[in-house]
Design a protein around this ligand. Structure first.
Ligand code: G4F
Length: 339
């Protein structure tokens, strides 16, 4: 009898879209450690170029079951859901770079909205008992009318990315209300780690610091240094995703640290940790400003704390240091041994 809960846990099947990304890789690790059979949807090109495109999956790759499919094709999503019959589905895949969404609104809206819709429709038809997680975003608040933002704060997205996430959030809510799906959304504020993509500002800064230390670069071009974000550690944010799907009732939750810092403060912290003055190296570049900026995001994760028991652990300075250290190691230097 005592072994039953463990056995039940290990028999669960999870399907993750976006498994090759930062969050997908941490979530894959978490679910494998909890005994899940983990399936991931990846683009066919990823399977053809595993060294590059599956690099974040490192040691867990042999334990994953990967399926080639496209979020732009209902037929391929339908096929994978039919094959996997998941108990839990985590929909993380998206065109997630806000800046790029200004360059190509059409593909951002198509991939992000249709992809969510295709997945929900396939689950409704083929696996209606499956619990669904939608990766919402603090970008949905955009030009927020209050700070901190919580689950009741009105949405005012400022990019097609933000608009696509609002649409996905409402689709998720509608499938919950109309068809009884156990569908939840996490409204996650910015979450970073050494696995963050280089296009996002935190990783751009920490990788830039490492390149400057290694003598491979002499400056770092950045856009709006005054934007403020609530930055947490991605490894901790995927725990909240999992916790949401363990609740008896589906719901929506803000996941954040409650602290915010400007891009300038992030740069200052990263350069200072490396013994450098950011003002010598950071060059403002007007081309990197966005047509409509989100100036301040700070989340109130009170509900996640109360209901899920979730809380962040890694503070701002610790996050910055972990990322700088990792990027320094990647270029072959230790921060304390600057050439
Ligand atoms: O790092 P970012 O590109 O992240 P952003 O736009 O806040 O979005 C991230 O977090 C969201 C959650 O709130 C996710 F939904 C989304 O998918 C993504 O993960 O930019 C952060 C801030 C912006 O205000 C931007 O204008 O940094 C500012 N910034 C200044 N210079 C820059 C740069 N951003 C980038 N990417 N590159 C720059 O050179």
């Amino acid at each position: 009898m005592g072994l039953l809960p463990l056995f039940q846990m290990s028999s669960k099947r999870a399907l993750i879209t976006g498994i090759t990304g930062q969050d997908g890789s941490y979530l894959g690790e978490l679910l494998l450690n909890r005994g899940y059979e983990v399936h991931g949807i990846v683009r066919r090109v990823a399977l053809e170029d595993p060294d590059h495109r599956l690099s974040r999956l490192g040691g867990i790759l042999p334990r994953l079951k990967l399926h080639a499919a496209s979020l732009e094709s209902f037929a391929s999503i339908h096929r994978v859901v039919h094959e996997v019959q998941p108990d839990e589905c985590y929909h993380l895949a998206a065109q997630s770079f806000v800046s790029y969404s200004f360059d190509d609104e059409f593909s951002t809206l198509n991939i992000n909205i249709d992809g969510t819709h295709f997945l929900l429709a396939a689950l409704r038809a083929l696996a209606p008992e499956c619990r669904f997680y939608f990766a919402g975003s603090s970008e949905m608040f955009g030009l927020a009318e209050e700070a901190p933002q919580n689950e009741r704060t009105r949405f005012h997205p400022r990019s097609s990315y933000g608009i696509s996430k609002v649409a996905g959030f409402h689709l998720t809510q509608n499938y919950r209300e109309a068809y009884g799906l156990h569908a939840s959304s996490g409204i996650l504020f910015n979450h970073e780690s050494p696995r963050r993509g280089f296009e996002f500002v935190t990783r751009k800064i920490t990788a830039g610091v490492a390149r400057i230390l290694a003598g491979k670069s002499s400056e770092l071009r950045l856009g709006n240094l005054d934007a403020q974000r609530d930055w947490g550690h991605a490894r901790e944010y995927v725990v909240a995703m999992w916790q949401m799907l363990q609740q008896s009732e589906p719901d929506d939750y803000v996941v954040a640290t409650g602290e915010c810092h400007s891009v300038r403060e992030f740069a200052d912290a990263a350069f200072s940790y490396a013994g450098l003055d950011y003002r010598r190296y950071v060059k403002p570049d007007p081309d990197l400003f966005r047509p409509a900026e989100v100036n301040l995001l700070r989340g109130d994760a009170g509900k996640a704390r109360r209901v899920l028991g979730w809380t962040h652990r890694t503070g701002f300075e610790e996050l910055v240091r972990e990322m700088v250290d990792a990027d320094c190691r990647a270029v072959g230097i230790e921060r304390g041994k600057i050439p």
